[in-house]
Design a protein around this ligand. Structure first.
Ligand code: MG
Length: 217
């Protein structure tokens, strides 16, 4: 197997961390209370794909949702990172879509099962070209997702319940972070189903970087 690399940073992708329910309005649109600490799950490497991909929807689901998210790339090994030092562990930012088989996820929630299947199908984690980062502070980003040119999700990362620094610190207290790790930081409200033939475009800061995928017919 050839391990996929983060475009723009040319680093092989390592572990894919994801944060659930990190925007209050999104938590509520799914009927959940916002969490009191970050809610973490993982996706497999086989879920990664890139700008221009044609996504083959899995036959096991009939309700697959887009979730646009800021994605953080980690630059070096880190454990127990204080939040104020977290920026030193960031190599870049990109935008990604956490595709979710909502019907399978709802069933998993009902039975208390893990989310791995509903979040982990092939091509369920498309990511853009990344913008490298070495600034003194982490900016707020605007996220937008359009389906066939129509805006479905639009928000600022300033609305995140747990910010990027907190997430890096929190994750590193559990897992040893490594160069090439990605963190999908959660989605704002407006998630909805995609269907065959749709074109889905996600943009960071009105075009700083963007990602377009099509849903196969
Ligand atoms: Mg998500």
């Amino acid at each position: 197997m050839k391990y996929p690399r983060i475009q723009g940073l040319n680093t092989p992708i390592h572990t894919i961390y994801c944060i659930g329910k990190n925007y209050e309005k999104h938590a509520r649109e799914l009927g959940s209370e916002p969490p009191s600490s970050p809610m973490v799950f993982l996706k497999p490497l086989s879920s990664i794909c890139f700008d221009g991909s044609r996504i083959q929807l899995p036959v096991q689901s009939s309700d697959i949702h887009h979730e646009v998210e800021l994605v953080v790339a980690i630059s070096k090994t880190g454990k127990n990172i204080p939040a104020e030092e977290a920026k030193e562990y960031i190599s870049g930012f990109g935008i990604g879509i956490d595709f979710t088989a909502r019907d399978l996820q709802q069933k998993a929630k009902k039975y208390g099962h893990p989310w791995s299947v509903s979040k982990g199908f092939d091509q369920f984690a498309p990511i853009s070209h990344f913008i490298s980062f070495n600034d003194s502070s982490i900016p707020d980003f605007n996220l937008e997702l359009k389906v066939n040119g129509e805006s479905r999700q639009k928000a600022s990362t300033s609305e995140m319940i747990f910010g990027v620094q907190t997430l890096i610190s929190y994750l590193s207290n559990i897992f040893t972070l490594e160069e090439g790790d990605l963190i999908f930081t959660g989605t704002p409200e407006g998630v909805s189903a995609v269907k065959a033939g749709d074109e889905v475009t996600a943009t960071l800061n009105n075009g700083l970087t963007s990602l377009t995928v099509s849903i196969a017919k």
